[in-house]
Design a binder for this molecule. Structure first.
Ligand code: SF4
Length: 311
């Protein structure tokens, strides 16, 4: 079991002019081996920060992230490699002076996963697995399209033999038809390599298509978490309901965040109590003062809303 429990109580301290942004606040999530957990939220809600912390790219302060029971901060180099991150813009992380073969082969060589004599064959295998012609390994990143660059990023990640991929808006910058190809690739790799995914996206249609479970984030907190059918069929939290009410059909769900009334408050000064209360059509007097706990409302379905306490 991949027990990756993030008990990220209070505070990833990002100081901004003497103020502290609680980009992620009190998140407690577990991801099971082999599943896809979709993480959804408006931009600025902390989902990318959480993804980077889970991938070990940002420090966690005031909490821990555990993998198979061990704090990821204590893992060795090889163990850390088992979690890889796929970004929205792979081009920014592809060294423009290196050929694709070097980009994909560098880390497995450095970490001793493949001998120098075998690296070319190994790279070809990773490129093929990511849906690229191995003959393209001599080209430079600028000679590829956006979709191909994302495949290079995926091949590079696969080359260090991960079992867990954190995908942060990994298809957001691509045309819809290319998006579908990359999503199908993720699903094929999941089957072939028994991969686990944390799939971060603002696109509800993509998340519904891909995920087994979904967590909804709002201003640094997870407000609802449930199997995908429950989130989309029986949403409990008023924020989730507002998202889905705007866009009843899958193909329109990518526009979800345009329709909720009110602005997303500044993470520098989030509203007290339930962060969603200034925008919530069902807010009670206690909502402005008391933070609702994430509680089970049905088996495997948790929601953080005071309405669930009402008789
Ligand atoms: Fe709305 Fe109150 Fe529930 Fe927050 S706790 S979502 S303000 S009803």
């Amino acid at each position: 079991r991949l027990d990756l429990a993030g008990r990220l109580a209070r505070r990833l301290g990002a100081s901004l002019r003497d103020e502290v942004v609680h980009a992620v606040d009190g998140v407690d999530l577990a991801i099971r081996r082999g599943e896809v957990l979709g993480l959804v939220g408006e931009s600025g809600c902390g989902k990318s920060t959480l993804g980077r912390m889970v991938a070990g790219l940002l420090p966690v302060s005031g909490g821990t992230i555990r993998r198979e029971g061990r704090d990821i901060a204590t893992l060795g180099r090889r163990q850390r490699l088992r979690t890889q991150m796929i970004f929205q813009d792979p081009y920014a992380s592809l060294n423009p002076r290196l050929r694709v073969g070097q980009i994909v082969g560098e880390a497995p060589l450095v970490h001793g996963l493949v001998p120098r004599a075998g690296v070319e064959t190994y790279v070809e295998e990773q490129l093929r697995r990511a849906g690229l012609d191995p003959a393209l390994r001599r080209r430079f990143p600028h000679q590829f399209s956006g979709g191909q660059r994302q495949r290079i990023g995926i091949a590079r990640a696969l080359a260090v033999q991960p079992d867990f991929l954190v995908c942060d808006e990994a298809v957001a910058a691509l045309d819809v038809s290319i998006q579908a190809q990359i999503l199908n690739l993720f699903m094929r790799l999941r089957r072939e390599l028994d991969l686990t995914y944390l799939f971060i996206s603002h696109d509800l249609g993509v998340v519904e298509h891909l995920s087994d479970r979904v967590a909804i984030m709002y201003l640094g907190r997870v407000v609802e978490e449930a199997p995908v059918a429950a989130i989309f069929g029986r949403p409990n939290h008023p924020y989730t309901q507002a998202l889905l009410a705007q866009v009843p059909r899958i193909e329109a769900r990518r526009r979800a965040f345009a329709g909720i009334r009110g602005e997303l408050p500044s993470p520098l000064r989030p509203p007290p109590g339930c962060h969603f209360h200034p925008r919530c059509p069902h807010a009670l007097p206690r909502c402005a003062a008391e933070r609702p706990a994430l509680r089970e409302v049905a088996p495997g379905h948790r929601s953080a809303c005071h309405l669930n306490d009402s008789p």
